[in-house]
Each structure stands twice: as C-alpha cells, then as structure tokens.
Design a protein around this ligand. Sequence first.
Ligand SMILES: Cc1cc2nc3c(=O)[nH]c(=O)nc-3n(C[C@H](O)[C@H](O)[C@H](O)COP(=O)(O)OP(=O)(O)OC[C@H]3O[C@@H](n4cnc5c(N)ncnc54)[C@H](O)[C@@H]3O)c2cc1C
Length: 455
Amino acid sequence: MADSYDVIVVGSGPGGYHAAIRAAQLGLRTAVIERDETGGRCLNYACIPAKTLLRTAEVYDQARNGESIGIVADGISLDFGRLQQRREEVRKGLTGGVAGLFKNHEIDLIRGEGSIVDGGVRVGDETHESASVILATGSVALPIPGTEFGGRILDTWGAWSLPELPESMAVVGAGASGSEIASAYARFGTRVTLLEMLPQILPAEDKDVARVLERQFKAEGIEVVTGARVENVEAGEGSVSFGYGEESEQVDYLVIAGGRGADVAALGLDAAGVGLDDDGKIPVDGSQRTAAGGIYAIGDLTPGPALAHKAQEEGIVAAEAIAGEEVRPIDRDGIPGATFTHPQVASVGLTEAEAKEAGHEVKAAKFKLGGVGAGSVYDDRDGMVKLVVDAEYGEVLGAHIVGNRACDMIAELVAVKELEGGYQELAARIIHPHPTISEAIPEAARAIDKWAIHA
Ligand SMILES: Cc1cc2nc3c(=O)[nH]c(=O)nc-3n(C[C@H](O)[C@H](O)[C@H](O)COP(=O)(O)OP(=O)(O)OC[C@H]3O[C@@H](n4cnc5c(N)ncnc54)[C@H](O)[C@@H]3O)c2cc1C
C-alpha cells in the first residue's frame, strides 16, 4: 500500500488541476494521477494549441490585408515550422506551470494510469488510498462511421499538429472545433471544405449569429456545405476521397471534428458501481457526486457542454463538497460557449428558438457592431449582439455575439444573466467605456424597446 490521501484526482486537465488545487487550498491531502503530460488535453492537444495557431492566422491575415488601414507589407509569408514550434513552446510553458502549481500546493503528482479500486486508486502495482476520488479523465475523439483515425484521416489534434501546410483539407463537423480548424487553415491558405450534417454551421448557436459566420467563411473562400452526410471515405497514400449526397471530393486530409466520448476505458467504472447515462457520460448530483460513495466526476466525463471552463468550475465544486463546504451547483444554462473563429462567436443561455420552444414569451433584438464607433475603428462592423429576454420581466434568457472580441465580451452578459439582471439595466445605468465594441451591448438592450441611439 502506497501513501494515503484525503482526495485523489484522476486526470490533470482543467477540471482535474482546478479540483486538486482547490482541495489543497482547503487543507486536504491531495494527489493527482496523470498518465500523460500535466494540463490534460486542453493544454496539450486541444484548446491551447488551437488558439495558438488561430492567433497566428489572425496576425497573418491582418498583415496580408492591411492596405485599407495603411499597412502595405510585401513578401509576407507563413513559416509553418516556426508556428508549430511556438505551439510547442506555449504548451510547454503552460503545462510546466500546472506542474509548478502542484508543487507550490504540495500536491503529489503520481505518473501512470489510474483505475478505481476499493478505498482508493490503483496505478500499476500500487494502490493509493483515499477517502474521496475525483474522476477527471476527459474525453476522446470519435471517428464517423466507416472511418478510423490514422494516415490521411485526422482528429482535431492531428489537424492542429500537422508538420506542413496542406494544400487542401475537408473538415467534417462545423461545431466549435471544426469551425476553428476551417477558419485557421483557410487564412493560412489551405483550400478548405467545411461539411456539416445539420442545416447550419455552429448548430448549437443562434441561427442569426451562425449566418454571419457562414457569410464570412464564404468570403474567405471556405466551401461551406450544410445538410451533408459524409460517407464512402477512402484514404490513400497521399490523399483521401469521400462523398456526400451526389458529390464527391478528394483532399490532402479529412479532419473529423464530430463527436467526443467520455474517456472511461481504464477507470474500472463497473466494478466501482459508477454507471453511464445514455450519452455515455457519468451522471452526477449538484456536488458532482456519482452514484458510488466517495466518487465524484467532473469535466467532459459529465453531462453538459464539453468545455474547459465547465470542467474547471465543476472541479472547484467537487473539491469544496469533499472539504465539507456548502456548494452551489453549476448552472448549466450559465456556461458560455466560445468559438475562436474569425469572427469569434460567443453565447450564453437560450437561443431565440430554444427560448420559444421552452414556452417563454420572448422579446429579442440585434444590434450590429458597425453601429457603434468602435466597430469602424477596429474594423469589426459586420458582427452583432443579439439579446433574447423574457417579455414580461426583461430577464436575460440568452445572449449571442459574433465579432472579433466576442469571446471576451460575453463575460459581461454571463454575469448579468447569472445575477438575474434584466435588459433594462443593460440599456441604462450599466456604463460601457467608449470607444469599445462593448457599447453594442447596451445598444442591443435599447433596441428591444426600439430606442437604440445609433439605429
Ligand atoms: C480541438 C479542441 C479545441 C478545444 N478548444 C476549447 C476552448 O477553446 N475552450 C474550451 O473551453 N474548451 C475547448 N475544448 C474542450 C476542452 O478541451 C475540454 O472540455 C477539456 O479539456 C475538458 O477538461 P477535462 O479536465 O475534463 O479533461 P482533459 O483536458 O481531457 O484531461 C483529462 C486528462 O486525464 C488523463 N487521463 C485519462 N484517463 C486517465 C487515467 N485512467 N489515469 C490517469 N490519467 C488519465 C488524460 O491523459 C488527460 O490528461 C476544445 C476541445 C478540442 C478537442
């Protein structure tokens, strides 16, 4: 028998490391078990690598198209090798930072694959005892039927870690991840086809917002195909062919950014008495407790959107519950979505269609970013803010932004929604700095009662 702990966290992704640090802050003797690099998939293979490449796409695109704002630059080229090197530098810095935080908080990092056993977690031949276990093992990419990852068929990590810029690429799945890959590679100069089975790209987002992004994608040369079921995928040495409807296409790489499944293979859930729901996720209560005593689950393992910030908050809830603190369950309707395409898309709460389906009497209004001065200053005129509010009391039910700063701007609307604020406060009294794109938020709120100043 090895050391014994108050809490062992299995997995060191955003969920796991937040849980471990919070547990240690609350005085619990804590260990983290990780079979790969610290920081989980988010820091090593997903969020952070993706955003690092997207940042280069943004600067490259602006540098090449800067004439209208007075930047004339010749001979701009993309050093793809350097770009991938920077991705690795950023990753290393951040994952090393997580390991450093573990040290600072006297959290033991145990390397290896963990599985639940009676009274603790087993790694190799050793059992580490613990009163409580937090499962934070995240999710894995799933191929579409009739395909396997490998060679010319890539998962999202394969796409973000390509050693050379491909000439052509098809991306299956226009959710956040697939749209980000399409957005980056199109701006790098790859010919991109983006295929979505559902009728709109970003199917979870409000259709007005998705339409703005689709228009921009098409302007950037992305071939967007909705209602497309990809089949007959045949991968060769140097290319891959596939069909959809009556069409067929051949590209250098096919990227599958469809679904993900909870990574539970090594955990020994059955023996531990932890079940899965119909979506293959681990059901939990408001304290992130599973059905098995002393076992908690967080992040991509549990129901709700697979997002790093959800995992982080759930980690804090689980740690506080174990430490005996009073916890407030996660409000899943308050988890913002953030897609770092060009332009960005961010949202919180219900789309207009969802609000109506849920039986709300709604009022909704849109305000274009070009309506406020900053939209012109920062070259961000086409985006918009859309608010969906309860018709009777004005409570914000949903907020949707498309624009170059959407993922930062949404934070204000998350706060207003969570504090049960109404659009009336956004329209007047909450003061926004000038000149910023955020001024479009009070304007969207005023537009609900048809008094937007710049309309
Ligand atoms: C391409 C891409 C881009 C994304 N971008 C964003 C974004 O911009 N913003 C956002 O919020 N979300 C984003 N996400 C989603 C985000 O990556 C996940 O929601 C997040 O990583 C989930 O965190 P987690 O802590 O649940 O697990 P993970 O980050 O998946 O970490 C789980 C860890 O557990 C380890 N592990 C698994 N099994 C075991 C075991 N048995 N023993 C020991 N260790 C084990 C794994 O090695 C891994 O390190 C993106 C996802 C993808 C695929």
